[in-house]
Design a protein around this ligand. Structure first.
Ligand SMILES: [Zn+2]
Ligand SMILES: [Zn+2]
Length: 298
């Protein structure tokens, strides 16, 4: 049995590389039992965690989907600011990172880049060296990548384009319920396989107005993602209790505006007529007998 609020997914950032003030970089907080997991750490993940009063040091593990910078640029902030003694930091145990091949190189080089800060704070602020240590685990195939206190995380490969590899999504299981995060992907059968029967399926989406779709560079971007009607096909087959969109790749040019969310909704409805929620930053999904949607009070 899950108590109310015992299993919760919060979208910290629903944006993309666009430096938007209302859609921060990709990051999702999973709270299940006593575990707190962060999936990706895009721009501003630390700010969103602080808005939720979740100390960065309280994150049990960071799970990475792939290595596009919009998904990783917040890592040094969560890692290093999370080490500070203040209430928003407080990490005294190693920073645990789990990701596909590439996580070790990324974290080793961040440790090198910030070596002087680390040395200074140990000497000056007497911060515990264990709290800034990094523990990285890499994987190279579908399977369980995290299991603790009743929480199980399964990584599954997705298709973000021929050269954007590795790229993975995650299925989080707790107390007989499941939340699935697509990661960045084009239409992919593995998302349907792992998303089938999920309580919550959070999927990325990309769209451009038909006039803009004529442009080769726009076609290239859209080919790395799903269109709303393709996402609808995924939802229609996986049949989650609730489907939700995040990672809004809403393309525009100087003369052609981005499609509206109503446009995205209309296109999704061509292929899917089930429960659907448009994500926004700090929107939370409480997973129980039903999936309740909570907007953050600002
Ligand atoms: Zn992305
Ligand atoms: Zn990407």
């Amino acid at each position: 049995m899950t108590a109310t609020g015992d299993f919760k997914v919060t979208l910290l950032g629903t944006g993309v590389p666009i430096p938007s003030h209302d859609r921060f970089g990709p990051a999702t907080l999973i709270e299940a039992g006593d575990q707190k997991l962060l999936i990706d750490a895009g721009r501003g993940a630390s700010i969103r965690l602080n808005q939720l009063r979740v100390p960065m040091g309280r994150i049990d593990a960071l799970l990475l989907t792939h290595y596009h910078s919009d998904h990783t640029s917040g890592i040094p902030d969560v890692w290093l600011t999370g080490w500070l003694q203040s209430h928003f930091g407080t990490r005294t145990k190693p920073f645990r990172v789990i990701g596909p091949i590439g996580a070790k190189v990324l974290m080793e080089n961040l440790e090198r880049a910030y070596a002087l800060d680390i040395k200074i704070r140990i000497a000056d602020e007497k911060l515990p060296p264990e709290g800034v240590a990094v523990e990285v685990e890499e994987f190279d195939r579908d399977g369980v990548v995290y299991e603790r206190n009743g929480v199980r995380v399964i990584a599954f490969e997705v298709d973000h384009g021929d050269v954007i590899k590795p790229a993975y999504g995650y299925r989080i299981e707790y107390a007989g319920r499941a939340a699935v995060i697509s990661g960045d992907t084009r239409y992919n059968a593995n998302v349907i396989k792992y998303g089938t029967g999920a309580d919550l399926l959070v999927h990325e989406v990309a769209a451009a107005r038909p006039e803009l779709m004529q442009e080769a560079y726009i076609q290239r971007i859209v080919a790395h993602h799903v269109t709303p009607s393709e996402a609808g096909r995924v939802f229609a087959q996986a049949k989650p209790k609730l489907a939700a969109f995040t990672h809004f790749v809403m393309l525009a040019s100087e003369h052609i505006s981005a499609p509206s969310l109503d446009d995205v909704l209309a296109e999704t409805r061509q292929t899917y007529d089930g429960p659907l929620q448009f994500g926004e930053d700090l929107m939370a999904f409480e997973i129980g007998d039903t999936v309740a949607v909570r907007r953050h009070k600002r």
